[in-house]
Ligand binder design. Structure first.
Ligand SMILES: Nc1ncnc2c1ncn2[C@@H]1O[C@H](COP(=O)(O)OP(=O)(O)O)[C@@H](O)[C@H]1O
Ligand SMILES: [Mg+2]
Length: 208
């Protein structure tokens, strides 16, 4: 992924250089528009570096985590954005307490999935946590158009259908990697409407 990052950064970097050269020669009236697109490119580079930076933070390893508690916190964080978009955000849970995962990784995965769902939803996003007795399954569902790329593609690094400055294509691959690093997994599951992802969180097993 890091090798890919260099390649991904070259495009906006080249754009920044070209736009800066244009600004030097542009009449005053055109500069504002050029500088705005220059800032967009810089913003995109920032997002790429931030996404990789978050991932490459020193992993803490799995520990006991209150999955319902993390879900409530994630809901509070996403609520302002959902509100601005006029979307309802619901968490269904209550039985999914002791999971085994790095809490920061779990939070990052759920924020990534929540933001994707908010990007796509028509009216609502729902998180649902279930304890099956052998693992905790957290499903994130939205009522948007569903995926326009294959599941395999969506989990590839740098694959994004969002405009520059909006998407990095790193949310899903990093989330899946974090889940697997913690003994869990992240998959797309079939749904009639919109998109549904399922995060598997191993149960916490107290040591004897
Ligand atoms: N809930 C969703 N509904 C529709 N498409 C989605 C959803 N989540 C992810 N995708 C698709 O998968 C792509 C990759 O997602 P992601 O890795 O998070 O990157 P990004 O969000 O930066 O584009 C998105 O650009 C989008 O095309
Ligand atoms: Mg994303």
């Amino acid at each position: 992924m890091v090798a890919g990052l260099g390649h991904e950064l070259r495009q906006p970097l080249f754009a920044v250089k070209s736009i800066a050269q244009l600004v030097l020669q542009a009449p005053e009236a055109e500069r504002e528009a050029l500088l705005t697109s220059l800032l967009e490119q810089v913003g995109h580079m920032e997002q790429l570096i931030e996404a990789i930076g978050n991932y490459s933070r020193k992993p803490q390893g799995p520990s006991i985590v209150d999955v319902d508690g993390v879900l409530s916190q994630v809901r509070r964080w996403l609520a302002p954005r959902a509100g601005r978009l006029g979307l309802s955000l619901r968490v269904v849970g209550g039985a999914a307490r002791a999971g085994s995962m790095d809490p920061v990784a779990l939070t990052q995965i759920l924020v990534n999935l929540g933001n994707n769902a908010l990007d796509a939803a028509r009216s609502r996003v729902e998180f649902e946590a279930e304890n099956t007795g052998s693992e905790i399954r957290v499903r994130i569902h939205d009522d948007g158009p569903g995926l326009s790329v294959s599941s395999a593609q969506a989990f590839e690094p740098f694959v994004t259908t969002k405009p520059p400055g909006k998407g990095t294509g790193l949310g899903l691959p990093i989330s899946r990697q974090l889940a697997r690093d913690n003994g869990g997994d992240l998959v797309l599951i079939p749904s009639d409407v919109g998109a549904s992802f399922e995060l598997v969180v191993p149960l916490w097993v107290p040591k004897g």
